[in-house]
Design a protein around this ligand. Structure first.
Ligand code: IPE
Length: 250
């Protein structure tokens, strides 16, 4: 099984609120169609949920956030999710919409529900879930990022491979020269010094990818604009991107 995150910066135009990159999503769908293993898709919020969560000052920490903000973030994620589901359908994939409320209770994954996702994927359906604003309890809510979902799913489902499709070629050791890091073996690269992404978006991906690789799985960062690279990564062909080598494989 392959677990794939489609980052918000690849499926949406982050410069423009509420704009999905439909052509890119279609290309991604066409590439995903070429994978003949069960796949699970997680997508980010980009110029939909992410945009609104910033507007309403909502974060991953559980707090009493603005009720309108919660409602609007959730609504926008449904909208983006629908676009993805429609374009997957159009490109002959059979997506199975799985809002995170289906397998999360507060900030804890429901193990029984998560295990069920494997069965759904193995049937040929493509489970599609996404980062969202979630109820925590005691009038508090929080933002559950798609990156965090990746870690929750990887921990229980132990996919053969974990892929993050980004709007970059991978992780750069130097942002100015865009010198690509090809492989990391267990070490956590220093992103703060690297100043790769001031919003912390890339730092969070690296944090989750490092966690997952420490659980023993290989994690790839690939450029989602060149979606054939996802297929290459899956089919063990010449790989272009950054590999976080799983601890057990180092
Ligand atoms: C989006 O998930 C969560 C919301 C703000 C609703 P991500 O945090 O994984 O989204 P991207 O990939 O960074 O845009």
């Amino acid at each position: 099984m392959i677990l794939i995150k489609l980052g918000g910066s690849i499926i949406t135009n982050k410069e423009k609120p509420l704009s999905a990159r439909r052509k890119t999503i279609e290309k991604l769908a066409k590439s995903l169609k070429k994978i003949d293993e069960p796949i699970i898709i997680v997508h980010g919020g980009g110029s939909y949920g992410h945009y609104w969560s910033v507007k309403y000052d909502m974060h991953t920490k559980e707090k009493k956030y603005d009720l309108r903000g919660i409602a609007i973030v959730k609504n926008s994620m449904i909208e983006l999710n629908k676009i993805i589901l429609d374009l997957f359908l159009k490109n002959k994939l059979s997506p199975y919409c799985l809002p995170p409320t289906d397998f999360m209770m507060g900030n804890k994954p429901i193990q029984k529900k998560i295990k069920e996702i494997t069965k759904i994927a193995k049937s040929g359906l493509v489970p599609v879930t996404y980062g969202d604003a979630l109820w925590f309890g005691q009038k508090k809510t929080y933002i559950l990022s798609g990156d965090k979902i990746m870690t929750h799913l990887a921990k229980t489902l132990k996919p053969r491979l974990v892929i993050f499709a980004l709007n970059e070629d991978g992780l750069y050791s130097d942002l100015r020269s865009k010198k690509l890091i090809y492989e990391l073996k267990g070490e956590q690269p220093s992103i703060s010094e690297n100043k790769m992404d001031v919003t912390g978006g890339m730092a969070r991906k690296v944090e989750e990818a490092t966690k997952i690789s420490k659980m023993g799985m290989n994690v790839f960062f690939v450029n989602g604009n060149k979606s054939e690279r996802i297929v290459k990564a899956v089919k063990n062909r010449k790989f272009e991107g950054t590999l976080f080598r799983g601890k057990k494989n180092v």
